[in-house]
Write a protein of this length. Structure first.
Length: 201
């Protein structure tokens, strides 16, 4: 009766090691050079463990993307738990995507590698759509309580494009934009757009 939980723990630990190792290998070598052998060596496991735990390297990559999405979601939940107004919720959503430990060159570079593969992988494309839709929906829900829907939609599209651009900049150059500077950029833009929309109304 005690063996099965131990086996499950061991399986979960091995899967976690492989996911973490894949992120490290993609960061070191890029997506296409992240071979099963390199991933296994990074994880301290045999290459056969990839097939055993995930079925294929493609399934492992999908698991890595789901883990990155889960990290964003967990951070967002924590940030939203601290606020209770629509504007504070919008700021919390943006902060969650531009704060450490998410907004690092390592994470941004790996995520950019996955972005580049969505044209060739239906599963990665599906996961990217889910993540993008979640970000868009959360922001729109917050800003729609402050503005008419049309204005809120325009501002959300602009903010999403800004955050995507900041992630790309970070992936290319770690020193280009700090988390604090990135937040200041989007927060300042949001406040100016809200002021403009209010004046127009």
């Amino acid at each position: 009766m005690t063996t099965l939980p131990r086996q499950r723990r061991h399986r979960n630990e091995s899967q976690s090691h492989l996911v973490d190792a894949t992120i490290s290998v993609i960061y070191k070598y890029g997506f296409h050079e992240a071979t099963a052998q390199r991933i296994a060596e990074e994880a301290g496991l045999s290459a056969g463990n990839i097939h055993y735990h995930f079925g294929s390297k493609e399934e492992l990559f999908a698991a890595v993307m789901r883990q990155l999405m889960s990290d964003i979601s967990d951070t967002l939940v924590r940030e939203l738990g601290k606020v209770d107004t629509p504007l504070a919720r919008a700021r919390a959503i943006l902060h969650a995507n531009l704060s450490e430990p998410l907004y690092t060159q390592r994470n941004c570079f790996v995520w950019l590698q996955f972005w580049s593969e969505t044209a060739r992988s239906e599963e990665l494309a599906r996961l990217e759509r889910i993540n993008a839709q979640r970000f868009h929906r959360n922001l729109l829900d917050a800003l729609s309580k402050l503005l008419v829907r049309e204005d809120a939609e325009k501002i959300v599209q602009e903010l999403v494009a800004m955050v995507d651009g900041l992630w790309i900049r970070k992936a290319q150059d770690n020193d280009a934009v700090t988390p604090e500077a990135a937040q200041a950029i989007v927060f300042g833009y949001l406040e100016r757009r809200l002021g403009f929309a209010a004046a127009k109304g």
